[in-house]
Design a binder for this molecule. Sequence first.
Ligand SMILES: [Zn+2]
Ligand SMILES: [Zn+2]
Length: 271
Amino acid sequence: MESSSTAAGILDVALPTHCHLDECGLPIDIILQTSDGAFLAAHTKNLEAYSSGFPPAAFTSAHTSINPEIVELPERKDVLMLLLQYMHHHRQPDSAKFPFDVLNRLAEAVEKYIVFSGMENVHTAIPNHPLAVFMYGVKHDYLDLADMAASRTVALPLDQVRKYLATRPDALFAWVQYREYWMKILLFALQDPPVAMHRGSINECNSWADYHRRTLQDLSGGLLFLRDIDNFLNKYDYKIKDCSYCQTRVTSWKGMFNKRIAEIPKFSSLL
Ligand SMILES: [Zn+2]
Ligand SMILES: [Zn+2]
């Protein structure tokens, strides 16, 4: 990071005089210049309080809102605006709604500048961006986070994951191994569960046929069913609500299913 208050051209630009957050009334005393040419006004006190990664040396000279220091950063405006929002005592932005590319760059920035509130916020993006969160966890050694996101990444094409794990062949190998466990779960789910004998010595009733056909349909997308596994397990229960034999069969099937899932090792244990 370098101070660039004397950089050519800056004087031609109207610098912001207020924080970009409407609800913020704090005085500004530093301007961050983004890599895409924008200027964001900020507060050194907040940067110091919420981040451990901004070099304190940049803040030592006494600057004021009339003469703010200008600091050039390599991040883009979209990411720096979010980063600054994390460094306020306001409602935090919902990372689950960020586009993948923004989340990826933001995750790097919160790590680089050590913005704790931002780090905590990254995990809420798991449902929408499991791969970005998984990558972030692997790369920065937050293995709990990688483990939380891992099962939602196994339905992704190997090519896509390989691209993101290009610098971590060890993690890619662990991911492939991890996915194998889930493939076994899929194969198990595709098999007919043990029958529950109905009254009159019949194996199944019409309710079962309907229930099972729909369940198999959901499995036709391969590991995609993992995206919403709780819903997958309970979605068609209404089909068997009138048959206690089928209910017994499904309950025992779910039990076996969950037991197998519980036995899958954590991704991080395969690293
Ligand atoms: Zn502010
Ligand atoms: Zn039945």
